[in-house]
Design a protein around this ligand. Sequence first.
Ligand SMILES: [Zn+2]
Ligand SMILES: [Zn+2]
Length: 299
Amino acid sequence: MMLIPTHHFRDIERKPEYLQPEKCIPPPHTSPVGTMWFIRDGCGIACAIVTWFLVLYAEFVVLFVMLIPSRDYVYSIINGIVFNLLAFLALASHCRAMLTDPGAVPKGNATKEFIESLQLKPGQVVYKCPKCCSIKPDRAHHCSVCKRCIRKMDHHCPWVNNCVGENNQKYFVLFTMYIALISLHALIMVGFHFLHCFEEDWTKCSSFSPPTTVILLILLCFEGLLFLIFTSVMFGTQVHSICTDETGIEQLKKEERRWAKKTKWMNMKAVFGHPFSLGWASPFATPDQGKADPYQYVV
Ligand SMILES: [Zn+2]
Ligand SMILES: [Zn+2]
């Protein structure tokens, strides 16, 4: 893909020699199309494993401490289906957020040939990333963990071991939403369980001993509360930044707005796809960003 310089220019890096194209050598081998995206970062991988472990812990307590020992089968089956469906969607969103290329700019494309092929007019500006030697499209930022420039980078999230950018923001938003929903659902079930079991004999309420049951439930409560607060704040922040079309980095840096302002609904469609459908809530539906791409590229 090539970048056609847009109508706005920046003040620095005007001089062609600043780009130092001779210092950029093309990458030794370009990864074939379809290669899985995965960041080899120890901290990120550990955080992603912890995330899965915490969801599986909640799954274990909900099923084996609360629902299976319960004698109210309708309550158990309905709550079991809802909780498992939400947990499955949360983990699927996590996988897609982690394994989707967030919008990486081709590495090492700031070669002399490439810059010449852009046919820049005098005064036109392109940005070169000195770290990954690529020509940065507007609104791209370099991530030091991914070691790549990412289009519309919002932030690097160790919990999904990936950057949140143009191509995977939908999955990240769904991940925070489903985690918030399972946390809320688990908390409601723990509340009902405590209410119900205080009236009854504890030994009839759980197949575990009363102290073990209480410890498992309190840990679930703690986990649920923590993640409900964390993910719902994150969800709200993400939806706000999508609606205002301003990434987390741009808000932090208080960057001047250089891109066209669009309606909130158009901004939502740019991330979740065209048109509005049930696919917005599905981590398996890849958003159709082609029609909504606000950047000027030619393929
Ligand atoms: Zn870079
Ligand atoms: Zn990153």
